[in-house]
Design a protein around this ligand. Structure first.
Ligand code: 3HC
Length: 312
């Protein structure tokens, strides 16, 4: 049974009124937003690692400059999202500690290795494509700081997807047979993990019902996954690539593609920390945090000196 306060809160949500940090909110609303926004931020920061692996090995200065810009964008998205999480009363250091201790989730997709240059194009095309599919609805989510962060982030994500698909056009339409085979190999490895980015099936989803009632989640996991498949199949056809799913077939009645079963054992295994790169990713983040300690200390010392000077 809802209290008067909870009923008034739900009426604001249903009226599409944004909830701001200073507004009253149910503790469970605060908690689930801290959970989702912090994991989203961790995803952006850890997501820099697979791509960072190829910055020094990009095939041209143009591709190197594009990849550098994209990885820098992801860092900015992460910091933006940590700031949105901080408005709910958690500290960034606390969130980062949880990540480094292996207690925080981040998107499963970033636990897969980037084996060839074609992976960089495939990540832009599929991973950023899926991220856009998931982040556009979040621009309308009920929590003000999160929706505003998403509006800014989505502007940059479309560049990320475009550059990835452009890279694959170079390999698949203007490249050699070997380059096209490299792109097909990347698609074979990234297709199913990209579908897992949308989360478990609606039947298995723990948070969807409540998140949809609170207009944090506008569309269900399966709805967005289906939209992603419908949009991506023609793009693969244009590249002349084959999606590694023998059950993929257009269903005229449904007006959607039918597709094969997702290996949920793999999904939950990666979430448990047993993906190909989970340990490597956390080790890299801990190392980067230690290597950057002097920068944080210097920035704090500088800020304290300035504060002392202006206080005189
Ligand atoms: N990887 C890791 N964990 C996942 C996951 C995935 N792909 N999909 C679901 N989960 C977790 C959920 O976090 C939840 O665990 P928790 O209770 O410990 O948090 C559990 O699996 C059950 O899933 P639910 O569907 O019940 O959870 P949600 O309602 O939170 O839905 C979600 C999952 C759709 C990912 C939602 O959290 C979301 O929209 N998050 C924000 C967007 C996001 O994180 N996108 C992926 C990051 S990619 C990215 O942004 C970088 C880009 O620039 C490339």
């Amino acid at each position: 049974e809802m209290s008067a306060q909870e009923r008034a809160f739900q009426e604001r949500i249903d009226a599409g009124i944004k909830i701001e940090p200073k507004d009253w909110m149910p503790e469970a609303y605060r908690k689930t937003l801290i959970r989702q926004i912090s994991q989203h931020a961790h995803s952006e920061i850890v997501g820099m690692l697979p791509e960072g692996n190829w910055i020094s090995r990009a095939p041209s200065l143009k591709r190197k400059a594009i990849l550098l810009a994209k990885v820098q964008d992801e860092a900015g998205h992460g910091l933006y999202l940590y700031s949105a999480a901080e408005t709910l009363g958690v500290s960034r250091d606390q969130l980062v500690d949880e990540l480094h201790a292996g207690r925080a989730k981040y998107s499963s997709i970033f636990n897969y290795p980037t084996l060839t240059w074609a992976d960089i194009g495939t990540i832009g095309w599929l991973v950023d494509g899926a991220a856009i599919m998931n982040q556009i609805p979040l621009c309308r989510c009920s929590f003000g700081p999160y929706s505003r962060a998403m509006i800014r982030v989505c502007k940059e994500e479309s560049f990320h997807q475009r550059q990835g698909y452009d890279l694959l056009i170079s390999l698949c339409r203007d490249g050699t047979a070997e380059q096209k085979a490299m792109a097909q190999d990347a698609l074979n490895r990234w297709w199913w993990p990209a579908l897992m980015m949308f989360g478990p099936s609606d039947a298995e989803s723990v948070h969807s019902a409540q998140s949809q009632a609170w207009r944090i989640k506008i569309f269900s996991n399966d709805e967005l996954r289906q939209r992603f498949v419908d949009q991506t199949v023609p793009q693969a056809e244009y590249l002349g690539l084959t999606i590694p799913d023998p059950d993929l077939k257009w269903n005229a009645e449904r007006g959607h593609y039918d597709f094969g079963a997702i290996d949920w054992d793999e999904f939950y295994n990666v979430l448990k920390g047993n993906g190909p790169c989970n340990r490597e990713r956390l080790r890299a983040r801990r190392q980067a945090w230690e290597d950057g300690a002097w920068v944080r200390d210097a920035a704090i010392a500088h800020a304290e000196k300035r504060a002392a000077r202006t206080a005189q």
